[in-house]
Design a protein around this ligand. Sequence first.
Ligand code: NDP
Length: 485
Amino acid sequence: MGADIGVTGLAVMGANLARNLARNGFRVALHNRTVAKTDALINSYGSEGEFVRTETLAELVESLERPRRVLIMVKAGGPVDAVIDELTPLLDAGDIIIDAGNSFYEETRRREADLRQKGLHFVGVGVSGGEEGALNGPSIMPGGSQESYQSLGPMLEKIAASYNGEPCCAWVGTDGAGHYVKMVHNGIEYADMQVIGEAYDLMRSLAGIEPAQQAKVFREWNTTDLASYLIEITSEVLEQEDELTGRPLVDVIVDAAGQKGTGRWTAISGLEVGSAVTTIAESVFARSISSQRELRKITRDVFPAGVNQAVSAQEFYGTKESQQDFVEDIRKALYASKLVSYAQGFDMLTAAGAEYGWSLDMRTIASLWRAGCIIRADLLDTIMRAYETEGETPANLLLAPEFTEAISECLPAWRRVVAAAATYGVPAPVFSSSLAYYDSLRADRLPAALTQGLRDYFGAHTYQRIDKPGTFHTRWSEDRTETEV
Ligand code: NDP
């Protein structure tokens, strides 16, 4: 009997996915460029299920049932192409190559088109949940052809996380759609973490609430609309004491946030498809600024922190009563900013769906993120409800009744928090930009009219009028009369 699936690339993610498949009753053929990793996996976990050891890709392919399913879990980028190039001549029409790594969706689109020409299915699969998820049940976002999903779907659904008995795995759309949806998930994850960071910073800088005390606040918040994995683990990180110094661990961690690129890709793609994903972009930039440590140091010397302002803030927000009010304001600002961030993420998915011809189902996408992945949160149920009513899809999530109500409820607090951050000089880029996004969407008139006037002045870029159709230009350098062009 041949193996059900082959996995090549047995570093932490591939090894854990292979084990997850085997634990779920699938016969899994194993391959890794460096054979020692294959042996290490079999030695340590061989008893977990049925594994077939192979040393070459040719052996891996030979060991598989047809149509063959080969899952690649190697380093994203060139290595994926290298493995595909070696695999392709070994496979037959109808076989399926699966890339479950963090590949850039444009590369997935290219690979899918190339392999389709050769009669092969190429399925880019977004997998979220890190090492632990890969082993115990990740959130899985497969793209590729619908036909390939018939063969692959039942297997992926079995190893995925489940939420109320439903698997967090469903076909999301053709070619690169799976990797795109995963990318947006990661972009939202950046924003989720940034708003948590801003809430922490404001509580600490303005109200003097220490990390251990904040751990309790976050734990309490986890019983509200904010309930989510990231809020839950925030309390654990904040209450952690450093073994070496006895100080809060968060105080001895260097304040420079790393990034692997998916947030940047999301921001770039937002610009490309014309969707204003300001919260995600601000979150990426916030990490970039945090990493500019040398520049931050020099700047701090030139513009020292406003000590007096900070002191008066503590006087204002530090008293017990005002502290409680302020904490509640921050919770609301966090929630409203999070709502904007998800509204933007889904807006981007809508724009990308139109751009790339994917019929993305927003309700399904929200459902996939409810378990197994980092952004799992109660809010996803709210989002699913927003997309539930057939024929009445909101143009933007902020317009869904539950969102509208929540935003209105949070608005005064949100404005107070952004004002306090600006007044006392505490950076809150996502709290501020999400509020600006909301205000921009609801503004009666935007200064874009002036921008158009300026563009017409220096570049004859023309403008439209509010009172009649057509395209116009003012002869700025001549007699300043208007012409229709
Ligand atoms: P790595 O990204 O560290 O990649 C290591 C694996 O790639 C090894 O098996 C290595 O083989 C193989 N490899 C590298 N170059 C080549 C090549 N030219 N030819 C063949 N094989 C090669 O492994 P991870 O397990 O950390 O991640 C795998 C994928 O999963 C990546 O795309 C990563 O971004 C993604 N990922 C996803 C996460 C998630 O939460 N979804 C979390 C972490 C990663 P060898 O042993 O021979 O060196």
